[in-house]
Design a binder for this molecule. Sequence first.
Ligand code: T46
Length: 152
Amino acid sequence: MKIEGSTFMQVIKYVFQPHGDERGQLVALEEHKDIPFKIKRVYYMYDTAEGVIRGYHAHKSLEQILVCIHGSCKIRLDNGEEKKIVPLEKPYEGLYVANNMWREMYDFSPDAVLMVLASEIFDEIDYIRDYDEFLEFLKVANYSTDVDGVKK
Ligand code: T46
């Protein structure tokens, strides 16, 4: 596994090890080895209608790895200060999406299957679905970080 990072806003892409032979490819993902958290849930989306944008929310504590295991799509990440667009088009690449990160998924190819490995079970309470509320949430989170004097 190799981790590709970018300098400013943290965009962390995992490049998983495919086990290829004459029969084809196989990728295995193990928690705390290939995936940096305990995997409590796996879900995936497919048959996404043309032009649809999914997401439009952040999570208070959920961490996830997004893998487009078939086809392609794009992920827009927004930390409240900066936005980044990350194309996902390889079944051996995973995008780490931390908590406190607004996400939108779009530009799905008709054959796209986007699989998500999640650190927590489904809990609607963890969602922030309003953008202004997200910005407020970040202010409070940054304030408590500053008084601690520790950057988390
Ligand atoms: C995220 C992005 C990347 C469940 O019942 N259980 C689940 O585990 C999930 C993920 C969803 N649902 C239900 C809730 C809704 O009625 O499935 C429906 C669609 O969920 P949602 O509109 O939240 O889907 P997306 O594609 O906007 O967002 C999903 C995840 O919810 C979210 O955590 O980060 O994918």
